[in-house]
Design a protein around this ligand. Structure first.
Ligand code: ATP
Length: 576
């Protein structure tokens, strides 16, 4: 409720209109039975046609007001509920943009998608019902109650017996549906996670012939979700017939009592008609209001999940008055850096120190899992160091304005990611205002130009979701061009040449060398051939630096480097 109220605040005028329209609607619903009773008892019973005409006109006017009220109510409630849901989705999206990698790891991408879509939809449905009924039904119920008692105190006893049963039923349903809704949303998270994993990994699944196993896994999770949804719907389905059963019982009891009252002349037929109408309104109000209660636990679960996301404090934030300018340019320093992942127990990097200067290429090599990617992820602050510090141009990365820090870096990640759009759009991702000439130049450096030229639409060639219509090597070259176009102070290549053939790899490195003379270049590599000419090679083993030097120095001083080199190069290549 807190979440909804905090968003409702922005639509005060519409909420006011909503309240006014509620009164319009209530006026009709409650005014018409009284007029009808008067027409029957004073008009029809006494054959007074003038009275019937007069009251007919009053009834018509009230009906018009009611219709207008109903239309306005529908308009306001739909507009408010869809607007606040849109705001919630926007806020979630903005928040998620600020998340560091730790929050992504903690929430999980699928759960964040479910929260933005399904949970937000639950809020939309609940708010709509709330705005339509929450105010209207108590008014209708109270006024109906007064009219019922006023019409016939004796008949009101029937209502006094029935209402507690209905209220009890509503409470039971609300209590039962809460935990079921929570389980339902969690299972939907799981279902989305499996769908996402399957759809993105379809090639691997097919290649390994795991289709049946995956189908079974999906069917099982789907069954779990359907199971809990069925339980929830059964509960809801049982509530309506039970309510109508109670209402019919009450009406039978009223007819039985009222027929005797009419016989002895203490009740008129018109009063009976009005009484039943009011009774119907009173009971119907309870039923409508009960919908709010029944929907509440489900909306509460969704609101909590959304609030949890909105309240999450990103571990990595831009400091207030972060550094925007530096005197020096082109210096990266690691000073006794130790790092443990937020959910990890052991450090994956221990006491790492080195420097990299403008014009230098520093490469990182080591067995898989030795911490190479982790190390370079600390530079743009995807994670913060646990101990020690990383300085760029003499300033601790944690003291920079985050945007300024990241603007200094051209990052080419291990897993290349292209976005739906065109080749040009994807390169402009590195520099929004890049000219056609700059785009062309960057693709020439990245060795992407030859294949782009062969595409029918060249730079306007569409890129499908995740870059599925590009080969692995083409994707790598485009993501290198995306970094080159911004002419960054620091290039970070995380195993970014792995999908290139040897010839392209060599030409690209030669071109890059010319391009990066004024920058620091950091390269994570698996292939020793890609880093032979690096000014400094840092050998990592189980998170520790076990060697620093040039290729020829390390061959003599670092056994691990020697082993890697021997496993990849011939003796002749090694001697060159
Ligand atoms: N998000 C994460 N949360 C927890 N542990 C992680 C995370 N990412 C990586 N690790 C762990 O940190 C260690 C170093 O991983 P990292 O990816 O840095 O190695 P790497 O040297 O780049 O490996 P590769 O050459 O295979 O890419 C590994 O043991 C890995 O399991």
């Amino acid at each position: 409720m807190k979440l909804i109220l905090s968003y409702l605040k922005h639509y005060k005028l519409l909420v006011l209109l909503n309240i006014i329209s509620v009164f319009g609607f209530a006026l009709v619903e409650l005014g018409i039975p009284t007029i009808m009773a008067k027409i029957i008892d004073n008009g029809i019973a006494t054959n007074n046609t003038t009275y019937i005409y007069q009251m007919g006109i009053v009834m018509a006017v009230i009906s018009v007001v009611g219709v207008l009220g109903t239309i306005l109510l529908g308009y306001c409630s739909s507009k408010i509920s869809s607007s606040i849901t849109r705001d919630i989705r926007n806020d979630i999206f903005r928040k998620v943009q600020d998340f560091s990698h730790s929050e992504y790891d903690a929430f999980g991408v699928s759960s964040m998608i479910t929260r933005t879509t399904n949970d937000a939809f639950q809020i939309l449905q609940f708010t709509n019902t709330l705005l339509r009924t929450a105010l209207l039904t108590p008014i209708m119920f109270l006024v109906s109650l007064v009219m019922i008692v006023k019409t016939s105190l004796a008949l009101s006893g029937v209502l006094a017996i029935t209402v507690p049963f209905i209220i009890l039923g509503v409470i039971v349903i609300a209590k039962l549906s809460g935990p079921l809704s929570e389980t339902q949303q969690k299972r939907l998270d799981k279902l989305n996670r499996i769908s996402r994993e399957n759809l993105t990994g379809i090639r691997v699944i097919r290649a390994f012939g795991n289709d049946d196993h995956e189908n079974e896994r999906f069917a099982h999770t789907n069954e779990d979700y359907a199971g809990v949804s069925k339980k929830l719907h059964k509960l809801m389905a049982a509530s309506q017939p039970t309510f109508f059963f109670l209402l019919n019982l009450a009406i039978i009891a009223i007819f039985w009592v009222s027929s005797q009252m009419i016989n002895v002349g203490i009740l008129q037929v018109g009063e009976l008609v009005a009484f039943i109408e009011y009774l119907f309104h009173a009971m119907f109000s309870i039923m409508l209001f009960s919908m709010v209660f029944i929907m509440y636990p489900k909306a509460q679960v969704s609101a909590n999940r959304i609030q949890e996301l909105l309240n999450a404090k990103p571990l990595i934030v831009s400091p207030e008055n972060g550094v925007k300018e530096t005197k020096e340019q082109g210096l990266v320093e690691f000073d006794h850096v130790t790092f443990t992942y937020p959910d990890g127990e052991e450090p994956v990097l221990r006491d790492i120190s080195f420097t990299a200067k403008k014009g230098q290429t520093v490469a990182f090599i080591g067995s898989t899992g030795s911490g190479k990617s982790t190390l370079i992820n600390l530079i743009p602050r995807f994670y913060d160091v646990t101990e020690g510090s990383i300085k760029i141009d003499g300033v601790d990365v944690r003291d920079y304005d985050l945007k300024i820090l990241r603007n200094k870096i051209g990052f080419i990640p291990q897993k290349t990611r292209l976005f739906t759009g065109t080749i040009a759009n994807n390169i402009k991702f590195g520099k929004k205002d890049a000219t056609q000439e700059e785009i062309k130049h960057s693709t020439k450096v990245a060795q992407a130009y030859p294949f782009i030229k062969r595409k029918p639409k060249q730079f306007e060639e569409p890129i499908s979701e995740g870059g599925a219509n590009m080969s692995g090597g083409q994707k790598q070259r485009l993501s290198i061009a995306r970094a080159v176009v911004r002419k960054p102070e620091i290039y970070i290549f995380d195993d970014s040449f792995s999908a290139l053939d040897f010839k392209t790899d060599a030409t690209l490195r030669a071109k890059l060398k010319e391009e990066t003379e004024e920058s620091v270049v950091l390269i994570v590599a698996q292939r020793i051939g890609s880093i032979l000419e690096a000014d400094k090679i840092i050998v990592l083993n189980e998170g520790e630096v076990v060697g620093i030097g040039t290729h020829s120095e390390l061959l003599n001083t670092c056994q691990i480097y020697n082993e890697i080199a021997l496993s990849q190069l011939t003796k002749e290549e090694l001697m060159q």
